[in-house]
Design a protein around this ligand. Structure first.
Ligand SMILES: [Zn+2]
Length: 252
């Protein structure tokens, strides 16, 4: 029996909406523009990234264990947190880590907002970072990994590559143990992967980073046993971490 036309049209529209939603939240979705999520799969390197910091009580502990392990990571920071804890961002840079842009407010419903909102989110965060380390990031990670026409457009118009990830700890959501993080990441990680962990919390929230802190050394060790070595994100993705010119948008 043929499908009635209104039902067929409704079904097609539903599938289309589902596809758009999937492309927006899947870290590999390229519908809204180019994204970068992994490096050369033939190499034996991976990169560690941390989102949502800096946050006092968590970021300094993460920096301590990264230093002990000799690992250079990338921190996608929230502008509001940068203004609250600038010393932690200065320490990231001083200790050889990279700083990327993760929006100013990390508002969970920000994906509904339009062009002007997102340009302000990206530029305010860049300016907060420049005020601390004197460098404008060239990498942007959208909050929750959600991509839209306006989010990707704002990031690329202001000189940023949009970065997602391939393996995530899911350590930013609820109480978790180091063993759970290791079991989520270690068996699945291959050369070129970008790992996502969390050193901080969205503005107005708090989180216990103990599991994240405790998992870093065994994570590096267990991946080394698989023949994988950590590498800075810019080297892994063959992208610049910072933009060449330092000009404050706020001054324009
Ligand atoms: Zn985030």
């Amino acid at each position: 029996m043929p499908i009635p036309v209104p039902i067929a049209i409704g079904g097609a529209a539903g599938l289309g909406a589902a596809f758009v939603g999937w492309q927006s939240v899947w870290p590999g979705g390229r519908m809204w523009g180019r994204i970068y999520r992994h490096g050369d799969r033939t190499r034996r390197h991976y990169a560690i990234t941390f989102d949502d910091g800096p946050t006092a009580g968590a970021t300094e502990r993460v920096l301590d264990v990264l230093g002990e392990a000799g690992v250079k990571a990338t921190f996608f920071v929230i502008g509001r947190n940068v203004e609250r804890w600038p010393d932690l961002v200065a320490r990231m840079d001083r200790e050889g880590h990279l700083v990327g842009n993760h929006s100013y407010d990390h508002w969970r419903y920000g994906a509904c907002r339009h062009r002007r909102y997102w340009e302000a989110q990206v530029r305010r965060t860049d300016d907060a970072i420049i005020a601390v380390i004197g460098k404008r990031p060239a990498m942007f990670r959208p909050p929750l990994g959600v991509k839209t026409l306006y989010i990707n457009g704002a990031a690329t118009r202001t000189g940023h590559a949009v970065i997602t990830w391939t393996q995530r700890a899911r350590d930013g959501v609820r109480v978790i143990t180091p063993e759970t993080i290791l079991s989520r990441i270690v068996p699945h990680t291959v050369g070129g992967d970008v790992l996502l962990l969390h050193d901080g919390a969205e503005p107005g929230r708090s989180r216990d980073a103990s599991a994240t802190v405790a998992c870093i050394a065994p994570l590096v060790r267990q991946l080394r046993d698989k023949g994988l070595e950590p590498a800075p994100l810019d080297e892994l993705l063959k992208l610049p971490a910072y933009q060449p010119a330092v000009t404050s948008f706020a001054a324009q």
